[in-house]
Ligand binder design. Structure first.
Ligand SMILES: Cc1ncc(COP(=O)(O)O)c(C=O)c1O
Length: 398
């Protein structure tokens, strides 16, 4: 540390022009088609990672290419200061897919921004100081979203949190009910925690949260940034749990790879949000909305949800092999619980031409593939897993 400037000594300069802040896989992806990506050496990988749950329709989907090209030719961008028909159509499609009662959409650019605005709505409407969040949560990296994200000690970095947070242990109904009170503006959680390792909350917990938030006059916010828009096997995980939140946020796969986030609310909340209280320049841009419309249309017309449920079932039935000791999750957000470090298993899968994701749990590999994977791809994954040792080589030789 340089005492006068407070900075670290400069590291040896690298030729990479990108800020080195990501834990990268050590490969260069050059192209993709269907559920495969190809690296710069020409090696093909079956993609059970999906660019972190984003490539919901895989790569090179004709409907997305057509929608993007047509929209780019007719109108590349206009802000929310003017009406754009494709924005209204995309919002209407999203409302049609959303749990009944969520009738209005505010488009933004990312999951964190969606959560930031969901929280803003809760504070604006309730004028209360506190948020209840669930241990293990990941809600994004902006100031408010990160304040309700667990395990952020090493990177939160802002000098103080913008509001009070009460943390509830995972799936602890008694603690949840005790935490929600007259000071609570919002209760927020991912119905299936993604970064934590594809951990679903119980229906009892989710329903208790709905009831307790209503009793206390707090808003229930469901973060479906990762599990939403078909990944659960239902339009939204809220449908799986039989609960309608006051606010629902989603992002990632909603536009197949184009950056879009969305905040959905019902009429009662919409009536209380005033002009100027929310805003964005890029959110709801025509290219983004054309891709939202095309993605949601494909999910509906290609009967993608049925496929998600079918393929998910096959993963649960066939992938508990090799180092996999248990399987958790919902739809195509799945955690493989391992007898060995996930890092090793991910590297071994990659050597066999399969990509998957890590999680905050060092012994869980996360599967977040395009929603268009098929049973034949699961068979390849199961065979690759079965070929891996249950224990690391070193442990076997002891
Ligand atoms: C559940 C959940 N919420 C919010 C976010 C943040 O989304 P973004 O990275 O688009 O800001 C993520 C990202 O992984 C997420 O998984």
């Amino acid at each position: 540390m340089n005492a006068s400037t407070g900075t670290q000594p400069a590291a040896a300069p690298s030729n990479d022009p990108l800020l080195d802040v990501f834990d990268r896989m050590g490969m260069t992806v050059a192209s993709g088609d269907g559920v495969h990506v190809v690296d710069s050496t020409g090696k093909r990988y079956l993609d059970f990672y999906g660019g972190h749950a984003v490539a919901s329709l895989g790569y090179g989907h004709q409907r997305l290419l057509d929608a993007l090209t047509a929209q780019a030719k007719s109108l590349f961008f206009q802000s929310n200061a003017v009406d754009v028909e494709v924005r209204t159509r995309a919002a209407a499609r999203l409302v049609k897919m959303a749990p009944r009662g969520l009738t209005k959409v505010f488009f933004v650019n990312s999951g964190a921004e969606a959560n930031e605005n969901a929280l803003r709505i809760a504070f604006l409407l309730t004028k209360r100081p506190k948020v209840v969040a669930v241990a293990g949560a990941f809600h994004g990296r902006t100031a408010a979203a990160a304040a309700i994200t667990d395990h952020h000690e090493s990177w939160y970095a802002f000098p103080r949190k913008p509001f009070d947070v009460t943390w509830v242990p995972f799936d602890d109904v008694a603690a949840l009910e005790a935490a929600i009170d007259a000071q609570t503006a919002a209760v927020i959680f991912e119905p299936v925690q993604g970064v934590a390792g594809a951990r679903p909350l119980s229906t009892t917990f989710v329903k208790a949260a709905r009831a307790a938030a209503t009793r206390a006059g707090a808003l229930l916010i469901l973060d479906e940034v990762q599990i939403g828009v078909g990944r659960s096997g239902q339009p939204f995980a809220a449908d799986h749990y039989g609960v309608v939140p006051d606010v629902l946020t989603t992002a990632k796969g909603i536009a197949g790879g184009f950056p879009v986030g969305a905040v959905l609310v019902g009429d009662a909340i919409a009536a209380q949000v005033k002009k100027g209280q929310l805003g964005t320049t890029f959110g709801g841009g025509p290219l983004a909305c054309a891709l939202v419309e095309a993605t949601l249309q494909a999910i509906e017309e290609d009967r993608v949800l049925e496929r998600v449920r079918r393929v998910s079932k096959r993963i649960f039935e066939t992938c508990c092999v090799g180092p996999v000791e248990g399987i958790q999750g919902l739809g195509l957000l799945i955690g493989l619980r391992l007898s060995r470090p996930a890092k090793e298993v991910l590297a071994e899968l990659r050597a066999r031409g399969i990509l998957a994701g890590s999680s905050h749990d060092p012994k869980v590999v996360r599967l977040l593939p395009p929603l268009v994977v098929e049973e034949e791809h699961v068979a390849q994954l199961a065979a690759a897993l079965a070929s891996l040792p249950r224990q690391a080589a070193l442990e076997n030789s002891r």
